[in-house]
Design a protein around this ligand. Structure first.
Ligand code: HXC
Length: 259
């Protein structure tokens, strides 16, 4: 399957997705959303694929934002009637299997918001994050004001949204926005290796671990703890729980069944 705005490659059990509009610093237009929706839907449905990595082509940008040239002519009624940006929730965030954003340069506006939709971010030492929408007379529209605030806290999120200041990789790691920083030349290899580690885990357990951590963002502690216990109890009914624990006791590698 080929796509207009992204490149997709299966490397064993890992799907590598590359935003491929380098001439526009991988700006996110409607076609990118359509393509990502198609590829994430296919990824979720394919039992041979167990982790995905999303990165940007070129060495300059992961994505420099929603496509300003596409938005410039639109009126408020268009944004409202199309429920502009709502597709990111159903097309990308709703992905049930794990995926990593490998951020290789600018992640601005919608680009920062897309990276924050990932389960976690690995950043190159050249990465720069920001929500500069205020300079365009608008504000984040793909989750930036919410996810950035949850990730780095009110003070930094508010400062970044109000001034448009970019945050470099080191500050992003210190603030909890990214899991890890690696030298730019090693970013893709590192992200793919991390994805292979995740792909080697029992797949239902991977999906449920993802769901549990995400619940922490969306509910209070009591509800979150209850959900965690129930999801844990569901996992104890899988063949992979029996296999994982038996393999440990028998001192041998586990052979996952994926059920
Ligand atoms: C469309 C973009 C773009 C974008 C860059 N380009 N960002 N096109 N949408 N978001 C295009 C430029 O127009 C240019 O193409 C080419 O990419 C290279 O960009 P330059 O500006 O020449 O590169 P440089 O001088 O190195 O500056 C890099 C940059 C700058 C600092 C990242 O491009 C920039 O500030 N981009 C916009 C960042 C931004 O504001 N993002 C938020 C978007 S709004 P041409 O062909 O023109 O030379 C958003 C959510 C909005 O994401 C929600 C509101 C509803």
């Amino acid at each position: 399957m080929t796509y207009e705005t992204i490149l997709v490659e299966q490397r064993g059990a890992v799907t590598l997705i590359t935003l491929n509009r380098p001439q526009a610093l991988n700006a996110l237009n409607s076609q990118v959303l359509k393509d990502l929706t198609a590829v994430f839907t296919a990824y979720d449905a394919d039992p041979s694929q167990r982790c995905a990595v999303l990165t940007g082509s070129g060495d300059k940008a992961f994505a420099a934002g929603a496509d300003i040239k596409e938005m410039v002519e639109k009126e408020a009624a268009d944004f409202f009637l199309e429920d502009f940006f709502s597709g990111w929730q159903s097309g990308v965030v709703a992905t049930r299997k794990p995926w990593i954003a490998a951020v290789n340069g600018f992640a601005l506006g919608g680009g920062c918001e897309l990276a924050m939709m990932a389960d976690f971010i690995i950043a190159s030492d050249t990465a720069k994050f920001g929500q500069p929408e205020i300079k365009l007379g608008v504000a984040p529209g793909m989750g930036g004001s919410q996810r950035l605030t949850r990730a780095v806290g009110k003070a930094k999120a508010m400062e970044m949204c109000l001034t448009g200041r970019m945050m470099g990789a080191e500050e992003a790691e210190r603030s909890g926005l990214v899991a890890r920083i690696v030298p730019a030349a090693e970013l893709l290899d590192d992200a793919l290796k991390t994805a292979e580690t995740i792909a080697s885990m029992p797949p239902m357990a991977a999906m449920i671990n993802k769901e549990m951590v995400n619940v922490a963002f969306e509910t209070g502690l009591a509800q979150g703890l209850l959900t965690e216990r129930r999801l844990f109890q569901i996992l104890t009914a899988t063949q992979d729980k029996i296999e994982g624990m038996t393999a440990f006791v028998e001192k041998r590698p586990a052979q996952w069944k994926g059920r």
